[in-house]
Write a protein that binds this ligand. Structure first.
Ligand code: IDP
Ligand code: MG
Length: 149
């Protein structure tokens, strides 16, 4: 099944949103495959956002990500990359629909609470970067109540 990399950014941690965010992914029917609470080194944040390194806000973005601990996670499920992005909402919180994480909890694009992979391929790259030791192996006993197959 598909996997995505989700990170609660330092503002989400500081604001006490960890439980709510995990709850949304869990209740939807996705499976948690890895999670860690950690501070990120500057060089690591630069690597994670390497695709954006030419953009003017890149240095500020890196400083934001290293400004406090983050929660890094891997979630698994059918179409979890796209559906995860829908749960998160648009990059710019003023464009994010109510009911999405950013729509409900964020105001500024530079304080938008959460990261989610934007494609299956980038998800695999990000998972390999953040969880080089691999993921937890398990299958929920609720699986047949969430998925037909
Ligand atoms: P995404 O997080 O929705 O995938 P990206 O375009 O990949 O959005 O940008 C990565 C992150 O960079 C955003 O989540 C946001 O925190 C930050 N960012 C994006 N655009 C801007 C901007 O115009 N100013 C400041 N920060 C931005
Ligand atoms: Mg992105």
């Amino acid at each position: 099944m598909e996997q995505t990399f989700i990170m609660i950014k330092p503002d989400g941690v500081q604001r006490g949103l960890i439980g709510d965010i995990i709850c949304r992914f869990e209740k939807k029917g996705f499976y948690l495959k890895a999670m860690k609470f950690m501070n990120v080194e500057k060089s690591f944040a630069q690597k994670h956002y390497a695709d954006l390194s030419a953009l003017p806000f890149f240095p500020k973005l890196v400083d934001y990500i290293i400004s406090g601990p983050v929660v890094a996670m891997v979630w698994e499920g059918k179409d979890v990359v796209l559906t995860g992005r829908r749960i998160i909402g648009a990059t710019r919180p003023w464009e994010a629909a109510p009911g999405t994480i950013r729509g409900d909890y964020a105001v500024e694009v530079s304080r938008n609470v959460i990261h989610g992979s934007d494609s299956v391929e980038n998800g695999q790259k990000e998972i390999a970067l953040w969880f080089p030791g691999g993921l937890a192996e398990w299958k929920s006993n609720l699986h047949p109540w969430i998925y037909e197959n």
